[in-house]
Every structure is written in C-alpha cells, then in structure tokens.
Ligand binder design. Structure first.
Ligand SMILES: Nc1ncnc2c1ncn2[C@@H]1O[C@H](COP(=O)(O)OP(=O)(O)OP(=O)(O)O)[C@@H](O)[C@H]1O
Ligand SMILES: [Mg+2]
Length: 267
C-alpha cells in the first residue's frame, strides 16, 4: 500500500475577479496520486497549477474540499504524523543561533537538552556547517541558510519531507551542490520526499518518479518513472537517457504553459 493515496482531491478558493465579484477558483480537480514509502517524488507543472496548494494540504496547513487523502491507509485529518517542510524562503528564526534553529523541532518533541545538541550537531555536520553553529542567520549566505533549513527539518526526523522549490532562490552552482548533497543524505536516510520544482533537470536528477501536473485546475496528467542508476552524480545530466527524458518533459510542460497563456494568464 502506498504511504500516501490522494483520490479525486478538489480544492477551490473564493477570490474576487477583476470586476470585484466573488468567484470560485478551481485549483485542484480530480487530483489522484500515490506516493510510496521512501520514494523521492517530484511534482512538476506550470506556474499556478496547484503544486504548493497540494503540498500545503499534505502539510496540514490547508484543507481540501473533496476527495480523499489517506496516509498509511487512514484519513489525513485523523492522522497525526510528523511532517517536515522546507520552503523556498528559509524561514529560520533570526533571533536564534544556527544550532538553536536546528533544535526547534526537537524542543517541541521534548527531547532532553544534551540529546538535542548532539542531534543538531550531527545534522549540521551532514550539511557541512558545523563551524557555524553559533552564528545568526543574518550572518550566513543564502545557500548556507537553505542548508540550515534542510538540516533543521532532517534533525526533526519527520515521516514525510515536503519541499517546495527549496533551491529556487539560489545561484546555479550552490543549487547544483545542494541537489547532490540532498541526494546523498536521502540515500542514507530514505525518507519519503515530495519535492516541488520548476526545473525539469532538477526533477530528473533527483527523482524516482516525476508526477507531471496539468495547468489549473491541476491534476496529475502523467507519471514518469526515472529509471536512471543511483547514486546519481552530475555526470548523469550528460547521458543520452537523461536527454531523452528531458525532451519528453519539456514538450509536456510547454503544452501546459501555452494553455495557461491562452487563458490570458488567469481565471
Ligand atoms: N489562499 C488562496 N486564496 C486564493 N487563491 C489562492 C490561494 N492560494 C493559492 N491560490 C491560487 O491557486 C492557484 C494555485 O496556486 P499554487 O500556489 O498552488 O500554484 P503553484 O503550482 O505552486 O505555482 P508556482 O509554480 O508559481 O509556485 C493560483 O491561481 C493561486 O492564485
Ligand atoms: Mg508554488
């Protein structure tokens, strides 16, 4: 049984149109997706198709209006399970040092102080920032902050890791390093990861499967198995197989983006 089963999920928002009238905006409609335990699954789709909305629902930060989401066979709302979220913006606490930022989730879980510190240090080491434990977030670069945000979520050891374009704000070099770093950590941890990205290359490099979404109202249009060997390295981007998958996904994305443009951008 899949860890997460989304069946016919709908989500509508009430918005005001250009005339100021209330209108319902269908964001997700008939969204079906199974996510397996321990898999790295990416959600790829045009801007505004509902990727972040689905992630927020899984995170318990948003509700849905129809359909079902089961986690380990039970309704999402009835299940308490630990979820770690990494957003595009780092969401670190500016008044806390790096090490104290890593300890936040562990404090919530009432882990004793010495154990908190030990776990936090272990994960800080994993992302190569052990020397920075007493710095404050404003003293770090964007890439370092994102490393801390990832280490913090990993230290919490959630059942499910939700990542919404975690590398989007980074420069190309840092982004590529962090992709490989996250893969390395995932290879040892094998947590279930749902990863939202705009980048076709990133989705192929990281994922076991890429769930491709249609333009809004968003649903899963196709699931592409990425049958490339692991552990994956930078070189894999140059392989013929990678190029083939990229071409296929690029065509699919282009079709959906054109659909969005033909709506005149909205509603
Ligand atoms: N709270 C809200 N109230 C009204 N509309 C919303 C709300 N949240 C999201 N939407 C709308 O839902 C649609 C999907 O938004 P969402 O953020 O899920 O898209 P996305 O696929 O993550 O896009 P992007 O790739 O640009 O991040 C958008 O049209 C957005 O305006
Ligand atoms: Mg989004």
């Amino acid at each position: 049984m899949a860890k997460i089963q989304a069946r016919g999920v709908n989500r509508e928002f009430q918005i005001r149109n250009t005339l100021g009238r209330k209108e319902r905006l269908k964001v997700l409609e008939g969204f079906d997706l199974d996510i397996n335990e321990g898999e790295f699954l990416s959600l790829l789709g045009p801007s505004g198709c509902g990727k972040s909305t689905f992630l927020s629902i899984l995170a318990g930060l948003d509700k849905y209006d129809g359909g079902d989401i089961l986690v380990d066979g039970r309704q999402l709302q009835e299940r308490s399970f630990s979820r770690g979220i990494v957003f595009q913006s780092y969401a670190l606490l500016p008044w806390r040092t790096v090490i104290k930022n890593l300890e936040v989730g562990l404090e919530i879980r009432h882990i004793p102080k010495h154990e908190r510190r030990r776990t936090a240090r272990q994960y800080l080491e994993l992302v190569g920032l052990a020397a920075f434990e007493n710095q404050y977030p404003h003293q770090l670069s964007g890439g370092m902050k994102q490393r801390i945000a990832i280490a913090r979520v990993l230290a919490y050891q959630p059942d499910l890791l939700l990542m919404d374009e975690p590398f989007a704000a980074l420069d190309a070099q840092t982004r590529e390093n962090l992709q490989i770093e996250l893969l390395r950590i995932w290879e040892t941890d094998k947590k279930t990861i749902v990863f939202v990205t705009h980048s076709i290359d990133e989705a192929i490099l990281m994922s076991d499967r890429v769930a491709f979404m249609s333009a809004r109202p968003g649903h899963i249009k196709e699931i592409i198995e990425i049958d490339l060997p692991r552990p994956r390295t930078e070189d894999i981007r140059n392989s013929a197989e990678f190029a083939k998958i990229r071409k296929n996904l690029w065509g699919m994305l282009q079709d959906e983006v054109l659909k969005v443009q033909s709506y005149g951008g909205y509603l």
